[in-house]
Ligand binder design. Sequence first.
Ligand SMILES: [Mg+2]
Length: 260
Amino acid sequence: MAKSPRAGYARGVATPFSDRLLDADTRRAHLRDVIRRTQASDRPVVVFDLDGTLLDNRPRTVAILRELAHQWQEHEERQDHAKTLHGATVDDTVYSLAENLQRLGVHEDHHEPAFDFWKERFFHDDYMHHDVALPGAVDFARTLYAAGANLVYLTGRDLPGMALGTFKSLRDEGFPIGIVGTELVVKPDFDTPDPAFKKDVAETLDRLGEVVAAFDNEAANCNLLLEEHPACLTFFVDTLCAPNPPALRPEVHVIDHFEI
Ligand SMILES: [Mg+2]
């Protein structure tokens, strides 16, 4: 099936920061400012998170739920739930799998096996190919690269389970990767908490150059990148985020895609 960028995330699913979403003209102005600052810097670095930032991973969850539906068709007591899982769509996919199952009407008794099935696949190389670039993301990354940026894909995905599939997914979507001036930075293991990992990496980015901009869909990560690199233009990408985020620093711009 051909993949194509979707027109932003469904606005029915708001994050705590959706009320700060910039209008189109302001978004374009700030994204163009990133390009200008990249051109003006001797050694510009731009940092991108992947899940919920450059990539929409909801199709990955939908694909896994449909695969689970096939398996459950063989279980007499789960056949009804198999039908509801087949009905899962990207637009009604939210952050938490438990909430997705609840929204689809899957009885709580079946949540644990469903979660185990999902977790085994969602965090695995073989399923990264379902991800789709956010609108404008590929062009924006390519424009920055052409303007001289060192692109750092800084993700909470882990090296043992997800790095190879991620590399392939970025390549297939058309992002600059595998060439001088691009880095895929992943966690050494699955269990390291993302913010601690990203904070450690943020402290080392100076060796590549000047961090001119950073993009992430988690407020904690936006805040820590800005704290470590106070001059960087920082963007919260308003897609899906983990529950109970901290307050987002006021300097952080809120966008929901990358079209200029
Ligand atoms: Mg993310």
